[in-house]
Design a protein around this ligand. Sequence first.
Ligand code: AVJ
Length: 332
Amino acid sequence: PLDTPTAHFVQIHREDLAAVQAELTAGLKQTPPRVAPKFFYDALGSRLFDAITELAEYYPTRTEAAIFREHGAAMAQQVPTGAVLVDLGAGSCAKAAGLFPVLRPGAYVAVDISVDYLRETMSELRQRHRAIPMLGLGMDFSAELALPPAATDWLARHDLSTAPVCVFYPGSSIGNFAPAEALTLLRQAHAVCAAGGPGGGILIGVDRVKDKAILEPAYDDPLGVTAAFNRNLLLHTNALLGTDFAPARWQHVAFFNEAVSRIEMHLQSDGAQTVRWPGGERHFADGERVHTENSYKWQPADFDALLREAGFGPSTHWSDTRGWFSVFFAPA
Ligand code: AVJ
């Protein structure tokens, strides 16, 4: 459904509350129980994530921003002017907006699961960049990424059907996917790029393997902002499913699992407790954990190989001097 006559904002799948509830229920009943990280991002969760990016310990956002500042011009040489910039997990849209002056996109398509937050941030962004046609897509692309017909129609109406498409996926959000799922998502991203004119590709931020003395504090900060972000997932679940999770009874746990190269976040039950929801319940033993997030860390050579396997051409990447983070561009 289009919610304005000009169709600048398209909301997809939101009415599918039953499917969301089924997904949450299945995860809660699993052993070990899990809730997918996309459920972090209600309006409060999106703001808590923005607060995380301000923490001294959370280096990815700041490091990536420095790479964009330092190498933005070089990146712009790979991305043609006038391309359609498709921003996955746009959130505050701040990263893409910062690149508008160097990338000079012909249109901006922001995709995010946090529909209300995206709607707000985009209405502001439109005021500041009136010359760039903008479309907001409120959708969950974690299961499948494809531009919906409403988006391709919108591009056609703006004479952009044959413009190159640049998929922008910053912040190392790809880290939420295990390698096999990341490959699937990147193949879909490749198809989105390949549907546009020649010259498109993917611009993607990737967090790198490093010492856990750096990694772990980034996901377990002394102010407890990440803990609040993690616990807020329980409040979001309460709102969606009608569970009676009491956030104070769950402890934030985050550690680097070196064997599989990922940060894991969990919520650990403080005491034995039963969580109930309409039509179901689950008992949790003292110390039992709900797995809420994986954040995979990559070696650049392995990530380049992944991009190739997904159908992209040879990649270029730019990094900070410490080698903590890299931004890759790979042509479609
Ligand atoms: C948005 C998935 C990139 O993994 O670093 C931050 C999310 N979780 N702190 C990350 C997150 C805890 C973040 N990504």
